[in-house]
Design a binder for this molecule. Structure first.
Ligand code: UDP
Ligand code: MG
Length: 337
């Protein structure tokens, strides 16, 4: 741009008022993250500063038992509003994210982990992609540093199984770290289900999507809150809350074993009639009985999963309880950016 043109450009440099809609709301679920909170806040704030517009950071304390809540109270920002929600107990990351997302006012919403595995420095790049007109910017992990071989391979297996079994496949290696446009957030906020498998719910509304690749960092401090039991629970939840295809598989398994039984009955009758021999060896008999018993129990268990989900939905309990809420406006409201 020539220097004359620059002079003619309107100089829109005064900071928008704080009660204006924030450009971006960053939702950060917190469960015992006292060691990461301060660094996380600094890095998120400096990433948001680059956007040169008023933003909002929403922390959701998911029933932490350490000093997280007290630390959150001390966080403020020069340019951005800080909102903190305290849930009345640990409701799990999915509920904490739902609570945070519901609270947001921004035109775009970013979900970020407090342990800084998802680098906040990528925010400007995500916003840039969003401003080209897409509604969802999904962040796909290129490598998963600091995660064991077992974790990586089970995660890969999960995405494969999910893709096969579910009518709503979730993109591979895309976690909760993403940017959602307000119109997608509004749709997600309206979804009434109590079993919140967020990766599926994020995918459900559709809209225009794009994917950016990034390298996932190791955890800054502390330990992962996910053990294998929780991950298996999440996987079963993901599959059963988004698809009834497993029930169809059970029906098919029933059909296959029924057909096999009919064919083998015909074969045995024929063998008995032509050679006079009849019956199978005891060992084979036992194997067949166990196989069928196994299939039946699996199918009943599966049915139980769905009935259980109906039971939970029918109770219509709230997803989470917000016990306390505090907000700090930007410290320097009229500062120029
Ligand atoms: N988290 C939460 N509630 C929980 C478990 C985790 O709010 O019950 C938060 C946690 O503080 C972190 C994010 O969810 O900000 C991701 O958790 P974590 O790093 O333990 O998961 P991982 O990265 O190992 O999948
Ligand atoms: Mg983590």
């Amino acid at each position: 741009m020539s220097s004359v043109a620059m002079l003619l450009e309107p100089r829109e440099k005064t900071r928008p008022l704080v009660d204006e809609t924030p450009l971006i709301s960053v939702v950060i679920p917190i469960f015992n993250e006292q060691a990461s909170i301060a660094t996380c806040h600094l890095r998120v704030c400096s990433a948001l500063d680059q956007l040169e517009q008023h933003c909002e950071i929403v922390y959701v304390d998911d029933g932490s038992s350490d000093a997280s809540w007290a630390l959150l109270q001390q966080l403020t920002s020069l340019r951005h509003q800080t909102v903190r929600l305290k849930l009345s107990r640990n409701f799990g990351k999915e509920a904490a994210m739902s609570a945070g997302i519901k609270q947001t006012k921004g035109k775009g919403v970013i979900i970020l982990d407090a342990d800084l595995q998802d680098p906040p420095e990528l925010i400007p790049e995500m916003v840039e992609a969003w401003q080209t007109g897409v509604d969802v910017v999904e962040m796909q992990r290129r490598k998963r540093a600091g995660e064991t071989w077992l974790k990586r391979s089970t995660a890969a297996a999960f995405y494969k199984i999910m893709g096969r079994l579910s009518e709503m496949p979730v993109p591979e290696n895309v976690g909760d770290f993403r940017l959602l446009d307000r119109r997608v957030v509004d749709q997600i906020n309206q979804l009434p289900e109590r079993t919140r498998y967020m990766k599926g719910l994020f995918a459900w509304p559709g809209f225009n999507r794009t994917t950016l690749k990034y390298d996932r960092d190791p955890r800054l401090a502390g330990e992962t809150k996910w053990n294998y039991t929780k991950l298996i629970d999440l996987a079963i939840e993901g599959i059963t809350s988004f698809s009834t295809r497993p029930l169809r598989l059970a029906t098919f398994a029933g059909l296959i074993s029924l057909t096999t039984a009919l064919v083998s009955a015909l074969f045995l009758a024929y063998q008995g009639a032509t050679t006079g021999l009849s019956g199978l060896s005891g060992h084979l008999n036992l194997t067949i009985v166990l196989l069928l018993g196994g299939i039946q129990l699996l199918a009943v268990g599966l049915l139980g999963e769905y009935v259980g989900r109906l039971f939970i939905e029918a109770k219509q309990r709230p997803l989470y309880i917000v016990m306390e809420e505090t907000t700090s406006a930007a410290v320097n409201e009229n500062q120029e950016v």
